[in-house]
Design a protein around this ligand. Sequence first.
Ligand SMILES: Nc1ncnc2c1ncn2[C@@H]1O[C@H](COP(=O)(O)OP(=O)(O)OP(=O)(O)O)[C@@H](O)[C@H]1O
Ligand SMILES: [Mg+2]
Length: 415
Amino acid sequence: MGRGAAGETASMQNKEQNMRAGTPASRSGTPVRPRRHPGAEARRVTPATPRKRRARPSTAREMERRYMSVVEDQTEIISRFTEDGTLTFVNEVYCRFFGKTRRELLGSKWHPRALPEDVPMISEKLRSMSPVNQVVVIENRVCSSTGEVHWMQFVNRGFFDPAGRLIETQSVGRDITNLKRVTADLEASQQALRSLSARMEAVREQERQKLARDIHDTFGHALTDWRFDFAWLERRLAEAGLDGRTAIQRRLSAMARRAEAEMESVRRIASALRPALLDTLGLSAAIEWLAREMQSRGGIRCHVTVPPPALVFAAPQSIAIFRIAQELLTNVARHSRAQSVNISLEVRDGWIELLVRDDGCGITDAAAGDPASLGLLGIRERAASLGGGLEIQGLSNRGTTARVRLPMAQPVKQD
Ligand SMILES: Nc1ncnc2c1ncn2[C@@H]1O[C@H](COP(=O)(O)OP(=O)(O)OP(=O)(O)O)[C@@H](O)[C@H]1O
Ligand SMILES: [Mg+2]
């Protein structure tokens, strides 16, 4: 195929040049059919089939003309070059695009038209072509006739000889400058949205932290004061000899118990907003707390494996993992119908890995991939904003496994 293809190109080029010069193609340029048997020559010269003999070359020429017009009608820039990069064929579009004549181009190298910084990458990719991997697609920049830089996508096909040596490469390139621009704009706007969402998340987190402190400090302290006041009143009543006997004393005891219960509610509300544990004892303790809460309120058995508290995580990672674990466990409680859940947090090869595996109904592929699944989307965005990601998979009636990975940032080890 290789030799044939190379020969075909040379012939095509000759023919094309001849056609352009207005001279008919020479007989020597016409492919000669190999003789099949000794009698073939004699039959060939008999006038028995004169019309057929005349038709063959004109059909071949016609096919070649059609082929050339197909090549020339392409909007893509098409070229062929040898192993050392010497151009052996270029179409009209190629000439127009680079503002050169065919005569100037044929025999020259393709390299000067690519941006110099892209040439090593292009050469390396071209070298990767082989008889088993004949096509390589390369995106690189070129300088057009107007001096503008264009992004191009070239589909390169190598032609090899039977010994596996590269003879020639055919390259079909299309201008993808606009596509690249649109893709870059899209990526930039996605990045901007991600930054905005991370910023809003950070603000929400600060607000939650402040609210949790305010609730804890204001109501918690007020309720503590009341408890002291009740204790004082009880003591005074006891001193007055009214201990355990009057309706006032019974009412006071009931109020004291209510204040105690209210204090517990305040603690719970403040912790749900932002567990103080996360800031004081760290991520491992906060995850254990989450699991305890889930077990006591959701009735789902929780098995927790976390690193020792001596391993301190950087604040953004710590908050992100905590909020992600919270959402995953809320999902388990709301959707899984699980009996038990395993939660493991570990640090491996510079990555923090959170694994939440339940034994429930199993998330469906549709739900896991649904862009409208806002809880999961939030997890993905949180993880992505810190350079990580989420994988979530379900097996019908055998549970769901969610794995979140974040790069570890400056862990501080304590003795
Ligand atoms: N552990 C799980 N087991 C089974 N299905 C799950 C599990 N976690 C999530 N799902 C399915 O995936 C869907 C999407 O979850 P996602 O957290 O994004 O949304 P949600 O929990 O329905 O709503 P919210 O926005 O309040 O989080 C859920 O509606 C549920 O069908
Ligand atoms: Mg959810």
